[in-house]
Design a protein around this ligand. Sequence first.
Ligand code: ADP
Length: 537
Amino acid sequence: MTMHYELLANRILERAAIHFPNKEIATRVGECTHRYTYAEMFERTSRLGNALRELGVGPGDRVGTFAWNTYRHLEAYFAPATIGAVTHTINIRLAPDDMAYIINHAGDKVLLIDPDLAPLIEAIADRLTSVQHFVILGDSSEMATSLSGALCYETLLAAASPEYRPADVDEYSTMGLCYTSATTGLPKGVAYSHRAVYLHSMTAATADMLAVSERDRIMAIVPMFHANCWGFPYAATMVGASQIFPGVRPDPRVICEMIERERVTISAGVPTIWIGVLDYLQRSGAEYDLSSLRQVVSGGSAVPLAVLQAYRDQLGVEIVHAYGMTEAAPLISVNRRRSWLDDLPDEQRLELNASQGVVAPGIDMKLADENGEDLAWDGEQRGELWFRGPWVADEYVDDERSAETFIDGWYHSGDIATIDANGYIQIVDRVKDMVKSGGEWISSVDLESAIMAHPDVLEAAVIAIPDAQWQERPLACVVARSEASGPLTRDTILDFIRPDFARWWLPDDVVFIDEIPKTSVGKFDKKVLRARFEDHR
Ligand code: ADP
């Protein structure tokens, strides 16, 4: 037998302190950059653990974070774990009702709050039932808040012992908590064990997954409250990569400047981020040296083929498509080309890159029909993806809705896909976003990707609108580029995609809008669009 060895998230932190004490962590703070090392990060994280203990936080207690991507948030990613407590990353863009709901539902005992976000918590403070301490993530000059008894993070750390005293916990104990972003109904909580985070980090780091190494300088744009920031803070710490944090409200200009100045090698964010960066570069004509970028990881929703192509051809940057969800900590698959597919013609290669890639080692995947029977991996048959594995949730935290999603040991993702003979997943749509026309399904994702290939289109979302004859019909909502070469019309769009689709797939109409509404994590918010165009005929 091998040794009994608990897979604890603390060990990720310890490893960075032992092997990479001098590696850098840089955070944008206004016009300046805060820099320190893993050695300092380790000491401050130890202090934070002790400070939380002094505030009465013990094993199993929840510590909420309400913050941008910064070094202090990184400390909060680890400190609760070292004392057996739980980091609950709260989405700062949720509606106030949802925010209050998840803080109360999680039972957060302490909230760690970025100074400029304090007003959002102040507005719901009287509805919070479990919070005993509000801690402002700043120094004594940043304490302008009406939150009662608010404590200062830097003062707490300065007063706390720097001694590292990890709690003795079981690898199956909870260390992380994240709620889905509530596209329908109330947010649902997902708990992560130490073991899940440890194994997820090891797998994420491997070359066919996120491929992070000590040599990398990693800047995640995906918020630290969105699905564990896709695992980057943990994986980067494990391998000793330099971490770059974009701080408060990073916009496309900030992202480009940081990539250039910090020589970022890996960045990550949802497609709307990368669409925005490209649009900014094209509109402003600004030039940045992005040559340090080895890869941009994009996921959270399908990456349009045109975006992949533009990054490759115009910027010389490879976009790597990743797929996952809060329920899977979040990584399910990453798109890397298999060696035997190297000779594919260019067009097919690009199409392959636009798929969601191949499932991670450690994750079991099933393509199921409506009766739960296996469908063939032939690139044709469409079914729902089910998953199980060491970092896949087996329930929502204290939530009756668990029974609809976690069934007989499988997580039912609600994602409709095909899988080809090489194991590449192609997401067709989310079940709730498909358009059901005359009993047949139309994929909104396919239509959107085709429309977004038009050079004058910035963004496009396709939604179902009610139809008396067909039950539902597709409607395309399109945002034209500001510098479009001519007026965009319904017919320009439909003529452009006509060759690629059966006639009954073509949207009944095209509406032009100023902006596609986004969810709290930056995805197209189709719920809002459906409500807006409910009566469109
Ligand atoms: P939320 O549910 O709060 O939007 P998640 O990030 O957990 O946040 O959402 C996961 C879902 O996002 C997946 O089930 C899938 O529908 C979609 N998704 C994630 N990554 C991709 C991708 N690369 N391509 C297409 N859809 C994706």
